[in-house]
Design a protein around this ligand. Sequence first.
Ligand code: FAD
Ligand code: NAI
Length: 466
Amino acid sequence: MASYDLVVIGTGPGGYVCAIRAAQLGMKVAVVEKDATLGGTCLNVGCMPSKALLHASEMFEEAGHSFAKMGVSVPAPKLDLPAMMNFKQQGIDGNVKGVEFLMKKNKIDVLKGTGKILGAGKVEVSGDGKSETVETRNIVIATGSDIARLKGIDIDEKRIVSSTGALSLEKVPEKLLIIGAGVIGLELGSVWRRLGADVMVVEFLDRILPGMDGEVAKQFQRMLEKQGFVFKLGAKVTAVDSSGKTLQAKVEPAAGGAAETIEADVVLVCIGRVPYTEGLGLKEAGVALDNRGRVEIDAHFSTNVKGIYAIGDVVAGPMLAHKAEDEGVACAEIIAGQAGHVNYDVIPGVVYTTPEVSSVGKTEEELKQAGVAYTVGKFPFTANGRSKVNQTTDGFVKILADAKTDRVLGVHIVGREAGEMIHEACVLMEFGGSAEDLARTCHAHPTRSEAIKEAALAVGKRAIHM
Ligand code: FAD
Ligand code: NAI
């Protein structure tokens, strides 16, 4: 029977990164993957394909709308959807191959099949009618998450789709109805709107992007509406009739009341994701789950069964690839006897739309609720020179700092490249820096990042360009 120091179940960003770090630390490691390709949700049907389509569709829209005003005259762009999907697939393949290469480079065995924990120290791997059992000193559960479903609305991945189907539609829907104004709804809604769909988003709450700073979400909603998004907030879809040529969705106010029928060619259900633990044998192995079906862990990623750990989407916390990766590294280090650690106060979140939205740390609502006295510094891109010359002035930077100590508690950006810009705030916050530290740091001119420096100056009411 093959024997390992560590077997990681699942090869998403949590699992494969954990395996690499463990191998770097001298462990004999295997990963188990049930799907045909490595990389998990993120590489195959999540982060990467969605970003490829966001990029390609943004180029399509830019070519049609923005080139002419810059004096770049091109014929009206034509959409070749199969070619765009091929571009997406090439991106997926490249990244998946990269993970395969990294497994080989780090001498990590890849065991193809479904992993089942037979108890501490034993994992059964079965697939293709074969089954083998391996021995291991440690097990890391990194099985990720699955789409959340809506009762009575059956996803067929053709007309009623999850994010997976929405990444592979065969034609641009005339009318796309999206259930859920979260990250997936707004990113994939952006893709299909840019390619020509009429997009309506039905959201249960009275706002979009719950969890993000309220002011940012409100302004961002207006920007999306200007682009053509139609939002129905405080509403829910209770049924979708797919018997006719077009889908008929029954939409009701969230608080109850008269229903209306909305017609659509495609309905995208994106109301969150749920931990994936099917077939893992957790019950038999005695591994405890919390009340939301997530694997319960302590501060060291350990489950209640010694030698079994869990990381990523399958445990509590934001369902983000970089959170899973950082947990993977920290967990491997802890198994190796080191002091692995994840700072959950500094995990950035990015929505990769146009403009982008990015955020790290506390929102204004969270600070109010916690009774923390804070100061706000804001700076709009309309006052940033580089944004002005590029004519991309939508959005602003908002910095929240502790009123007494000036320590930065949260940074929120809506604007182009916000997803890249957020990281200087992350580094600052990781080192416990203040708004003054940021304000005194020289920023290259002309860059959009100067808006961050100006927002930091604005905390002390001394922004220069406003
Ligand atoms: P996963 O990536 O879900 O990987 C789990 C793996 O485990 C899978 O390969 C699965 O097949 C395997 N597995 C499960 N059970 C077993 C078993 N019993 N035996 C063997 N293998 C098993 N996050 C971001 O940070 N940025 C983004 O831009 C972003 N975009 C996204 C876009 C979409 C459309 C979606 C759906 C998600 C997106 N996410 C994004 C979220 C991100 O994909 C997840 O947070 C991330 O993939 C979680 O990593 P993980 O390693 O925990 O699990
Ligand atoms: P989400 O949690 O971001 O948003 C779901 C939305 O659906 C919420 O606004 C919620 O209020 C709403 N909702 C819930 N039930 C509803 C109902 N019955 N009717 C109408 N609205 C309802 O989840 P989403 O967008 O599905 O994404 C899943 C996960 O994937 C997220 O946790 C996210 O972190 C991750 N992801 C991250 C991305 C990124 O980092 N850029 C991109 C895409 C996904």
